[in-house]
Design a protein around this ligand. Structure first.
Ligand code: NG1
Ligand code: ZN
Length: 545
């Protein structure tokens, strides 16, 4: 790096000093924290994104400003690689280092070392770098986006393109499309969803009715707004009522949204007795997760159809099409995490599917799903998608050419190809997930209640424990056993033994300052009691804050 390049980085870094005592790690989904403390982090991630773009030139990188399900005063930043997938984990240590560099000088020296080691050429007349920026609807997003822009353009030869307010999956989709040389606008995203959705509806053999009403809880975030745009401009026949749009004074993620509904298992604000029996769906704050639910009585308690149930529905549909093709050569697999309900895993295995487990965080699930021809992954919280390998899609398209139009085989192939276009191939996407659930329910002729009967969840309980230092919990790679603090796992095992089909584990959250406890057993009382006693153990081993 020459003097001018160093001066440019120093000058812009001086504008964003690191707040004292800020210690960040890239975590399950990028950096997250109190929005007032994040300007330096976002600025530095802007620099990182430019370097990534130069390293992989010519390619566009995405930078998303969001804290997903976290409270509205938080924000965060994550990076999309050219494929639309999460930033390669190989770069995460560098992200941690620069985010925590204590001064502009230290920051620049880390960047210099990294640039040399990675042989990144800056501003030597080669390809320039390009970073596409998006943000969710948080009030802190705009100022942080400016910090990202300054970071991006402080690397000579790199430009930032502000795409405004988007859902996380929209940005990932657009980055992927751009790098594939396809139309990469928001309009193209909506058109792609619309075309494939309509194609799947047309392929429903019977019962083409428009289906009963669906009510969407938009978490007071960007998802409701984008869904409205889709319905207004492209899919006006779809009967979806949208609540919690954020326009009626509701607060982002506060007693609303997918994370709240899935973790608390109660109705979100804005839903009540009048909705008994109605099919409802909740998005999270940046619309990369969705869970369905319905009220079976006038109480707050809900019947939850979480990511595991969405996965099961999708798996059934895909498997049905593959059975028509009698396609033994397609490797279909599903990926879950330790948070998957035990009953869902039993169900999926009972269907004869290959089920593999990954660590929490979609980057881990995505990686494993990509090993299959068709890999379906979902976290229980509703984040997931279906990945189709490019080779398999090509094979399907070729196969269709030899089939007679309207035959069962031809329809099955067309459905699979349409699903690969509808469902986001980059990351979990609540909007495309919703459209696919709606198609599959109509295809099967099922109500939400019928879908819920696929299997009965084992009762479970999740607890968040605030502790002085969550990093004191260290787990095995599968996250099902705690290695530290020493002795805690034996104590947890002692509790588990007390319950029939008891299962429990702890892990430090990568997005919130808490230790998470998961517990499962045959009755709700047992799951609650196991969850509470493990939470007590966490407090006694780590102290409560
Ligand atoms: P953490 O906070 O690391 O548990 C949460 C979710 C993850 C993932 C990320 C990213 C749970 C238990 N954890 O991570 O699955 O979705 O957020 O949003 O739901
Ligand atoms: Zn999210």
């Amino acid at each position: 790096m020459d003097e001018t390049q160093i001066a440019s980085l120093l000058k812009s870094s001086d504008l964003f000093p690191l707040p004292q005592s800020l210690k960040l790690s890239y975590g399950t989904a990028g950096f997250r924290g109190d929005a007032t403390l994040l300007a330096s982090t976002v600025h530095r991630v802007g620099i990182l994104s430019s370097l990534r773009s130069l390293k992989l030139a010519p390619s566009t990188i995405g930078l998303m400003i969001t804290a997903s399900h976290n409270k509205v005063s938080d924000n965060g930043v994550k990076v999309s690689d050219p494929s639309g997938e999460m930033l390669s984990q190989e770069w995460e240590p560098f992200a941690d280092q620069i985010a925590n560099a204590s001064s502009p000088q230290k920051l620049v020296s880390l960047i210099r070392e990294f640039v040399e080691r990675e042989e990144i050429s800056i501003g030597d007349g080669g390809e320039g770098g390009e970073v596409w920026l998006g943000r969710d609807s948080r009030p802190s997003g705009e100022a942080l986006l400016r910090a990202a822009e300054i970071g991006v353009s402080s690397v000579p030869g790199c430009v930032a393109v502000d795409l405004g307010v988007l859902t996380t999956p929209q940005l990932h989709w657009m980055v992927r499309a751009k790098n594939k040389g396809l139309k990469a606008t928001e309009k193209a995203y909506f058109e792609s969803l619309t075309t494939s959705f309509k194609c799947l509806i047309d392929l429903i053999p019977f019962n083409k009715s428009s289906g009963s009403k669906l009510v969407l809880d938009g978490a007071n975030g960007v998802g409701g707004e984008k869904m409205e745009e889709l319905l207004r401009g492209y899919l006006s026949n779809l009967a979806i009522e949208i609540r919690n749009t954020g326009r009626d004074g509701g607060v982002l993620n506060e007693s609303v949204g997918a994370d709240f509904v899935q973790k608390e298992k109660v109705v979100p604000l804005g839903f009540g007795v009048n909705d008994v029996g109605v099919r409802c769906v909740s998005f999270d704050g940046d619309a990369d997760r969705l869970v369905y639910f319905y009220l079976s009585s006038g109480e707050k308690k809900i019947e939850l159809l979480d990511g595991d149930k969405i996965l099961s529905l999708f798996a059934l549909f895909v498997k049905e099409q593959l059975n028509v093709l009698d396609d033994g050569c397609c490797r279909l697999g599903v990926v879950q995490t330790a948070y998957a309900n035990g009953a869902s895993t039993d169900y999926l295995k009972g269907l004869g599917l290959e089920v593999v487990f990954a660590k929490t965080g979609v980057k881990h699930l995505h990686e494993k799903a990509a090993e299959f021809d068709v890999g379906i992954y979902f976290e229980a919280n509703g984040h997931g998608t279906i990945l189709f390998s490019e080779d398999y899609v090509t094979l399907l398209v070729d196969k269709r050419k030899g089939l007679s139009e309207g035959s069962d085989e031809c329809n099955a192939v067309s459905r699979l190809v349409a699903v690969s276009n509808l469902i986001n191939q980059a990351v979990g996407d609540a909007i495309s997930g919703l459209l696919l659930v709606e198609v599959v329910l109509r295809h099967m002729g099922w109500s939400v209640q019928k879908w819920n009967e696929l299997y009965k969840d084992l009762p479970s309980r999740q607890v968040k424990v605030e502790v002085p230092d969550r990093t004191a919990v260290v787990t095995t790679s599968e996250e099902t056993e705690a290695l530290r603090p020493l002795g805690i796992q034996d104590a947890i095992n002692g509790e588990i033994k007390k319950y029939r089909r008891g299962r429990a584990f702890i892990r430090p959250s990568g997005t919130e300052d808490v230790v998470r406890v998961y517990a499962e057993a045959t009755t709700q009382e047992d799951a609650d009691s196991l969850g509470d006693s493990v939470a007590q153990l966490v407090k006694s081993f780590l102290g409560s804050s």
